[in-house]
Design a protein around this ligand. Structure first.
Ligand code: MG
Length: 318
């Protein structure tokens, strides 16, 4: 008997459910998965939907789409300082295209294996291309990083090169080859899981940079009921960002988004430990501002209204 469409699709994802996955009492194949959370730990849950043409540009390869769909969700666990455990996948496809499925499953599965997260369930339907992933992670009780813990006097930090992904998207749209470092930053975002876990106990608040540095720092400010002052002279405008006009680099860095770097606050006493953590992981991490009394996040001397950059991640809920 020929495989049904659903059996066919399931075959591409079989390798994403390792038999020895932690806490999986019963995986794919029944009406529901049975999962046993690590005893005494907090369970963290996050969900994101990516719609073709809305959350990612149509020219992305299936492999890059598979990577991105999981990476943006893992980035939310990273921002909470959580350890990834399990995910579920709901896939809506216009047609069953085996070459597309193979690439998508490869991009998704490579990242899943590297980050130690197991697929425990899924659903497939026919319709315009859309991918929903729900991730589950664990953290020691009360140790998860939140957005609401920033205190006046804390420092503001960011990992990596925010703005580089937005520059990469511009270059991809202009036809630049995808091995350009900026293009790679957009195509292959790396969830900062190990760094996020290391920040637990050091950072007072954290978020991942999906909507743009200024907007995401603003989410910390709002949830913590403080102001955040970014110092433009401290922003990491180096490499490809240092080679373009300063005003453009600043706009991309502050409003670009799609970076999936971590932005966080921490008391000054934690600065040396944070620098040591970053050095140990070979990750660049820069102090870029200060938590002050007030409302919202701003960057003195930089007018960001009307910068007009449009990125492919429009929602502010992740
Ligand atoms: Mg997020």
């Amino acid at each position: 008997m020929p495989l049904s469409e659903f059996q066919l699709i399931a075959r591409y994802f079989a390798g994403l459910s390792p038999p020895d996955a932690e806490g999986v009492v019963l995986g794919i194949g029944d009406d529901a998965a049975i999962l046993r959370p690590p005893p005494g730990e907090d369970l963290l849950v996050s969900i994101d939907t990516l719609v073709a043409g809305v959350h990612f540009p149509p020219f992305l390869s299936p492999r890059a789409i598979g990577h991105r769909a999981l990476a943006v969700n893992l980035s939310d666990l990273a921002a909470m300082g959580a350890r990834p455990l399990w995910f579920t996948l709901a896939l809506t496809l216009p047609e069953v295209d085996e070459s597309w499925l193979g690439g998508f499953a490869d991009g998704l599965g490579t990242l899943a294996a590297r980050c130690g997260i197991a697929l425990v369930g899924g659903d497939t339907t026919r319709g315009p291309l859309s991918i929903t992933i729900q991730v589950h992670g664990a953290a020691a009780p009360g140790r998860a990083l939140r957005r609401d813990g920033a205190r006046v006097g804390d420092s503001l930090w960011v990992t990596g090169r925010p703005g580089l992904a937005a520059l990469g998207l511009q270059r991809l749209q202009a036809g630049v080859a995808d091995d350009d470092p900026a293009c790679a930053a957009f195509l292959w975002p790396e969830p900062r899981l190990a760094f996020g876990r290391g920040l637990a106990g050091l950072a007072s608040a954290a978020i991942d940079v999906s909507d743009g540095l200024l907007a995401d720092a603003g989410h910390i400010a709002e949830r913590s009921a403080v102001g955040i002052e970014i110092d433009a002279t401290l922003l990491p405008l180096e490499g490809a960002l240092g080679a373009i006009p300063l005003s453009e680099a600043l706009a991309l860095c502050l409003t670009g988004g799609d970076d999936y770097e971590l932005c966080f606050t921490a008391p000054a006493a934690a600065s040396a430990a944070i620098a040591g953590l970053a050095a140990a992981q070979g990750l660049s991490c820069r102090r870029i501002g200060t938590v002050v009394p007030g409302v919202g996040a701003r960057c003195a001397g930089v007018e960001t209204t009307g910068m007009g950059y449009q990125h492919f991640r429009e929602s502010a809920d992740g």
